[in-house]
Design a protein around this ligand. Sequence first.
Ligand code: HEC
Length: 133
Amino acid sequence: MKIIIIFLTGLFAVTGSWFADKSSDTESYKDPVIFSDTLKKDSETGLIIDKDLYMVKAQCTSCHSSKLIIANHFTRDGWKQKIRWMQANHNLWELGETEKQVLDYLEKYYAPTQTFARRQPLKDIKWYKLDVK
Ligand code: HEC
């Protein structure tokens, strides 16, 4: 009897850890928003690793730190306007055909994200009188 119990405990331990490994954190996210915390970052720039990263590094990190990119979140159009602004005021060159690649990347990983730092104001509050004696 003892042996059976030991065997079963061992079996549960093994299958338990096997199931735990199967359900990774990223799989349980159903939200379409990309959680940048779960993505791998480039050790040199801190930018999120992606097939288009090399182009962003080439076009966007020679004048200033990549932190300026990471700290910002714009729509595709917003990023385009920033690029135009740098072209007009800070000698950024024409990106030509690579602009699409750069914008694809920025739109994908550095788009405006919803934050939940503050909850919605309460609605339909049912106040009640405190019975203080
Ligand atoms: C030719 C130099 C140059 C290149 C290349 C360059 N930038 Fe800039 N960028 C600047 C300058 C100058 C500023 C202003 C820095 C400051 O205010 O201290 C700036 C500022 C920024 C800002 C901050 C804007 C703000 O409103 O504060 C962002 C975001 C940015 N750049 C993104 C990019 C991206 C994305 C690329 C690649 C397409 C890029 N930069 C390439 C020169 C450049």
